[in-house]
Design a binder for this molecule. Structure first.
Ligand code: GDP
Ligand code: MG
Length: 204
């Protein structure tokens, strides 16, 4: 993917703040600190498009990044930040629910998990939520530079098994630090968006 243009199109908490057009969207979900912002910067080859944070739990908004004026990558608020109050956790749930359940632009949610660890109970819950909405099937295992080649296969299997993924579902190891694996994710994103164009042609 040649990214000619990448810009923050909207920052939203409520639905009326979402962009009001029909561009397709692919969203990123994952724990705070899993590497969502870093991956966005890697994909778009921009240093600071999405802010990278050493302090987890800060992004409490849905951020819409528009690419080449053709589609958007949507950075969903992270979960699993222990210090959140009950009301902040409820706000998070409502924000996610109204986006996942109602957003017609949304084609697929790419879930990020840390390649070093077994997915947490919250990761599993998130994945099941995506399955419920039919938005599942692509997982990125982040921080792939932190494990050896030997460990890779075992960790990939552990992720698949823990999340209950099926054979056709995709897990891609990516390192934003070493800039590896992201081309494969672009191929998947391009496929998701072009599938839709084909469907539209068939409908005509
Ligand atoms: N080693 C390594 N560190 C990473 C990678 N991606 C992100 N990080 C680090 O993980 C921390 C959280 O990253 P960030 O992108 O802000 O995560 P977010 O909260 O999911 O948006 C930062 O300190 C990043 O530098 C990676 O591929 N490799
Ligand atoms: Mg972030």
């Amino acid at each position: 993917m040649l990214v000619k243009k990448a810009e923050l199109a909207a920052v939203a908490v409520k639905q009326h703040q979402y962009p009001q057009d029909e561009l397709p969207e692919v969203a990123f979900a994952g724990r705070s600190n899993v590497g969502k912002s870093s991956l966005l910067n890697t994909l778009t080859n921009r240093k600071n498009l999405a802010r990278v944070s050493g302090t987890p739990g800060k992004t409490r908004t849905i951020n819409f990044f528009q690419i080449n004026d053709a589609f958007r990558i949507v950075d969903l608020p992270g979960y699993g930040y222990a210090k959140l109050s009950k009301s902040a956790t409820a706000d998070w749930g409502n924000m996610m629910e109204s986006y996942l359940a109602n957003r017609e632009n949304l084609r697929c949610v790419i879930q990020l998990v840390d390649i070093r660890h077994q997915p947490t109970a919250q990761d599993v819950q998130m994945y099941q939520w995506l399955q419920h909405y039919g938005l599942d099937g692509v997982v990125v295992a982040t921080k792939a530079d932190k494990i050896s080649r030997n460990q890779l296969r075992a960790q990939m299997n552990l992720i698949r098994k823990t999340l209950g993924m099926s054979q056709d579902d995709i897990v891609l190891p990516i390192s934003s630090l070493k800039k590896t694996g992201y081309e494969d994710l672009w191929s998947v994103i391009e496929q998701i968006i072009s599938d839709e164009e084909e469907e539209e042609i068939e409908e005509e």
